[in-house]
Design a protein around this ligand. Structure first.
Ligand code: R5P
Length: 263
């Protein structure tokens, strides 16, 4: 792997633990002003000290994140579909690699929609992005998107998606936690991070999800709604961080969450 590419990945994955806590705040690119992310700057600012990297679009990065801040960014460069449009899978590339470099990002990211009518174009876009990213030493994160079909999140389907993304050249992959998650990890030759998905019933469920994913080989999380839709987003992120980066047990992290929530 090129030096620049390795260097950028080491800004995202803590070299001491090999893990990352990414904060996903890119949802507006297809959801618009979704709940508790209506004012991105207000949501993001208090969380920045506790995330290893921020997953974001260029519009929110330019307008809602101070350039003086040192947080590494993973720039979403795909879009073109909306929650009210005919298909969430109809995504193309929305941001050039040159703009990503101007924004000094640490990686670029896009979604692939395996098993949909847009499978081919999203996979070919991933191939193009890997070629362009590697020209400049920019790692590519592939997201195995399921759109509204959350029931598709099983090991067989996600293994297929993750493996295809890795075969095309993605440097790491974001997917979902599922039963038999170790099968997804074992059949994917690049690191996996997990999304949180829609807010779970309790915050303890979120911690359990992060804990189980790490125990089964995930290299981190890239969570959004389960953090910033929480009543206590900073406490939530610090507790998830405890699980991912400090090997906290679920109960221990939950105690931390409760004590920070009261403070
Ligand atoms: C969705 O497509 C976005 O890429 C999000 O970054 C991703 O879903 C992770 O956020 P959440 O934990 O809210 O699912």
């Amino acid at each position: 792997m090129q030096w620049g590419l390795k260097n950028r990945l080491s800004r995202i994955f803590n070299p001491e633990t090999g893990r990352t806590v990414m904060l996903a705040v890119d949802h507006g690119y297809f959801l618009g002003p979704t709940r508790k992310l209506e004012d991105p700057r207000a949501t993001i600012s208090p969380l920045l000290p506790y995330a290893d990297a921020l997953m974001v679009t260029r519009g929110v990065l330019r307008n809602c994140v101070d350039p003086e801040g040192a947080i590494p960014t993973v720039l979403r460069v795909s879009g073109g579909a909306s929650i009210i449009g005919p298909s969430l899978a109809a995504e193309g590339l929305t941001t050039s690699v040159e703009d990503a470099i101007r924004l000094n990002v640490s990686a670029i990211t896009m979604s692939i929609f395996v098993g949909t009518e847009h499978e081919r174009e999203t996979l070919l876009n991933l191939a193009k992005l890997v070629d362009e990213g590697e020209r400049y030493g920019l790692p590519v994160l592939a997201v195995t998107a399921v759109g509204k079909k959350l029931e598709k999140r099983d090991a067989r389907f996600l293994s297929l998606c993750c493996r295809i993304a890795a075969e095309i050249g993605a440097h790491y992959v974001k997917t979902y936690y599922c039963e038999d998650f170790e099968k997804v990890v074992d059949s994917c030759p690049v690191p996996l991070v997990i999304a949180g998905g829609p807010q779970l019933d309790t915050f303890k469920d979120t911690l359990q999800l992060a804990h189980d994913a790490i125990a089964k080989g995930a290299r981190g999380v890239d969570m959004g709604r389960n953090i910033w839709q929480s009543d206590h987003p900073v406490a939530a992120l610090r507790a998830v961080r405890g699980v991912v980066q400090e090997n906290m047990k679920v109960n221990e992290a939950f105690e931390l969450y409760e004590s920070l929530s009261k403070g």
